[in-house]
Design a protein around this ligand. Structure first.
Ligand code: RTP
Ligand code: MG
Length: 141
């Protein structure tokens, strides 16, 4: 499987729990490398633009409210099959349905505050990485 990049966000609930290190450690132990990272406090426009695909969904307002409720850590992860590998490590969107040992099973309680985001396709990864990082902020190793 080819090397890919994916965008990961450690969401405000996991940052508030002081779980940044434990979550990044899971990525690294699974063979993904952090090639870019920063901490940000999103505003309504930045969070709404990021989740634009969900604009018409009933949960959109709550989603933007949650994503702006505290700082997040955005990272670019690189590795073999990085997009699917990250989604596997994250677990299902609803933590109650997430497989044991996944990040959402271990660090999240609700579907609204579910600890992490991960790109779901090569197209979304490309868009989401460019949404947060300039080419000069990504450091391949
Ligand atoms: P994400 O984009 O954050 O990685 O999550 P995902 O792909 O697993 O789920 P997605 O369908 O893209 O939904 C984005 C976020 O919206 C919230 N959500 N709430 N109440 C609901 O039915 C509902 N559905 C989705 C979740 O916080 C989800 O992470
Ligand atoms: Mg999604």
């Amino acid at each position: 499987m080819a090397t890919q990049r994916t965008l990961s966000i450690i969401k405000p609930d996991a940052v508030a729990k002081n779980a940044i290190g434990e979550i990044i450690s899971r990525f690294e132990k699974a063979g993904l490398q952090v090639v870019a990272a920063k901490m940000l406090k999103l505003d309504d426009d930045k969070a709404g633009g990021f989740y634009a695909e969900h604009k018409e969904r009933p949960f959109f307002k709550d989603l933007v409210g949650f994503m702006t409720s505290g700082p997040v850590v955005v990272q670019v992860l690189e590795g073999d099959d990085a997009i699917a590998k990250n989604r596997e490590l994250m677990g299902a969107t609803n933590p109650k349905e997430a497989a044991p040992g996944t990040i959402r099973a271990d660090f999240a309680e609700t579907i609204d505050a579910n600890a992490v985001h991960g790109s779901d396709s090569p197209e979304s990864a490309e868009r989401e990485i460019a949404y947060f990082f300039g080419a000069d902020e990504i450091c391949p190793r």
